[in-house]
Design a protein around this ligand. Structure first.
Ligand code: GLU
Length: 550
């Protein structure tokens, strides 16, 4: 028997299948030329963070409607696993509308390239590892932590590149008898790649986002299987992305330095390598410099933060696309109502260096987004947010949905809708004056109006607020009120002869507005008063008049 076969039999269970079995079980997908298969491969070692959502979005968009985007769970590190982390990731993605075509789903696995959880793929990794052993490309390494540390410090003191390579790869040259002896003695071991690479050689590849990249070839005998038989990230990546027939590996750019290892693994395993695309991270500006958004330091690094604040998921995605691709905003301007998933995201048009997370821009994008939503959609989204995060608001809105709908229909569904709400947690405050128990006026008068003038305006207006007809009639009545009280009917008139008037129509409306809403700014005043109704409007006008009498 040849010694590789002998070694493979020593190292692997007898029932490990030949790799051909898996090649047949997971055939090429037979997709049309150019159609992409992408994936998100999170480790459930924490909650869903913005970087993962960003990566998921880019992978989903890159696959487009014709391609396949799947979810693989990299759960080989049990120690770092967080309880509920897996569900948080999957449900979080789905709640943001990023739905994988296959992979791990809340109700089980979907797709014919299962299992999609690495923990369930042990036999597959062992089959691939056995293939390498059979070809003399992998060997067991029995080095202890102490021995590895000793090599490291030796390399350090001699200022030599650290690592397990060349003459430092001690177990590379163990004879089969020595191996057998150690195995018989039950010595723990890892399986290492016998790297044929040479540091002097260059690997050149084209990253779909970053362009042409040149790096030294890998000559390190990296670990393929750890001592408990679990694969390392590198090995699992090659095996899984090959067998799941991934065409594009789009991942965070912290992995870019590993590409020489990955390309080598694909080549030695006899696999066609995927295309790589490395995404620049989301950055945060701090004290004039840029740093990576930090899971520990930045609350907005957690996707949960956006849900709690009541951001519309689509608005967050829309914002992420503005930082992912410079072409997105032009596309949005030209396609105002299109679904974001219709945007053709080009990897080579993506930003190559870290994009800055800008909360003001997100708020702006969100306001625009919400302003384009229909009243019905606003109410539904708001209700489902409030049900989870603001019980008082939920009860208030659901107690009289028609009334709530009337509130949110003001200045909506028109060519230039009002952009006032950026996230649902601003709504309770925003609509408080529509409900008597939360109406807490902060009366404020314009410069031109004295308290006694305000009383006069309010009392005269209260005699007939003109809420039964249309807006033009109402406006005419306010104009009449203006002229009868010595205010100009329009600002232009006032500006040309300011001495002739006490003030102008804007001042008069401001007095009515402060009385009715308790605020300086509000949406359409006439609409507000119609919603409140004649009685409540009058009582507010009187209440304010009393206030200004004091
Ligand atoms: N599990 C790796 C991570 O979470 C996946 C990287 C990749 O996409 O290949 O960073």
């Amino acid at each position: 028997m040849d010694s590789n076969r002998y070694l493979a039999d020593l190292l692997f269970d007898k029932d490990i299948k030949d790799f051909e079995y898996y090649e047949e079980k997971y055939p090429h997908r037979g997709l049309k030329e150019g159609v992409k298969v992408t994936r998100l491969a999170p480790s459930p070692t924490g909650y869903l963070h913005l970087g993962v959502l960003y990566s998921a979005l880019i992978n989903r968009m890159a696959a487009g409607k014709d391609g396949i985007f799947y979810l693989r769970i990299e759960d080989t590190d049990k120690k770092r696993e967080v309880e509920g982390g897996l569900e948080d990731i999957v449900n979080g993605l789905i709640s943001f509308g990023i739905v994988p075509d296959e992979g791990f789903m809340p109700d089980g696995e979907k797709g014919s390239y299962a299992p999609y959880r690495q923990r369930l793929r042990r036999d597959i990794y062992h089959s691939a590892a056995k293939k390498l052993v059979l070809e003399g490309l992998a060997y067991p390494c029995f080095c202890t932590e102490e021995e590895l540390e000793q090599t490291r410090s030796e390399q350090e003191s001699q200022k030599i590149r650290p690592g397990y390579y060349g003459k430092y790869a001690r177990c590379r040259s163990l004879s089969i008898d020595e191996i057998k002896q150690k195995l018989d003695a039950g010595a723990p071991y890892v399986l290492r790649l016998k790297s044929p690479g040479n540091e002097e050689n260059k690997v050149i590849f084209t990253d779909a986002i970053k362009g042409k990249i040149e790096m030294p070839e890998n000559d390190t005998d990296i670990v393929l299987l750890k001592s408990d038989g679990i694969p390392t990230y590198h090995f699992a990546h090659a095996v899984d992305d090959h067998l799941m027939r991934t065409t594009h590996v789009i991942r965070g750019d912290e992995w870019i330095s590993s590409v020489p290892i990955h390309l080598q693994l694909f080549r030695l395993l006899g696999f066609k390598p995927p295309k790589y695309a490395h995404i620049a991270p989301i950055m945060k500006s701090e004290g004039g410099s840029k740093r990576k958004l930090s899971k520990r330091r930045d609350p907005e690094a957690a996707v949960k933060y956006f849900s709690e604040q009541g951001f519309e998921p689509r608005a967050v995605l829309e914002y992420l696309l503005t930082i992912a691709s410079s072409g997105f905003e032009d596309w949005r301007r030209a396609n105002k109502d299109a679904d974001i998933f219709d945007f053709d995201l080009k990897l080579n048009k993506m930003s190559q260096s870290g994009a800055l997370f800008d909360m003001d821009k997100l708020l702006d994008v969100s306001k625009n987004y919400i302003s384009r939503m229909s009243t019905e959609d606003v109410l539904n989204s708001l209700l489902s947010w409030a049900e989870k995060y603001d019980a008082a608001l939920y009860n208030r809105l659901s107690g009289d949905k028609a009334y709530a709908a009337a509130i949110f229909s003001i200045d909506r569904d028109i060519p230039k809708p009002r952009k006032d709400i950026a996230k649902w947690n601003e709504t309770a405050q925003f609509i408080s004056y529509f409900y008597d128990d939360t109406f807490a006026p902060q009366y404020e008068l314009p410069e031109n109006v004295s308290a006694s003038d305000a009383v006069e305006i309010l009392e005269r207006y209260a005699e007939n607020p003109h809420l039964d007809g249309d807006k033009t009639l109402w406006f005419d009545s306010v104009k009449q009120l203006c002229s009868s009280l010595g205010y100009a009917e329009n600002t232009k008139e006032y500006k040309s002869e300011p001495d002739k008037y006490k003030g102008h129509i804007g001042d008069v409306s401001a007095v009515i507005r402060t009385a009715v809403t308790g605020r300086k700014n509000s949406p359409d005043l006439f609409e507000i008063m119609k919603i409140l109704g004649r009685d409540r409007t009058s009582s507010r006008l009187n209440r304010a008049a009393e206030y200004f009498k004091k």
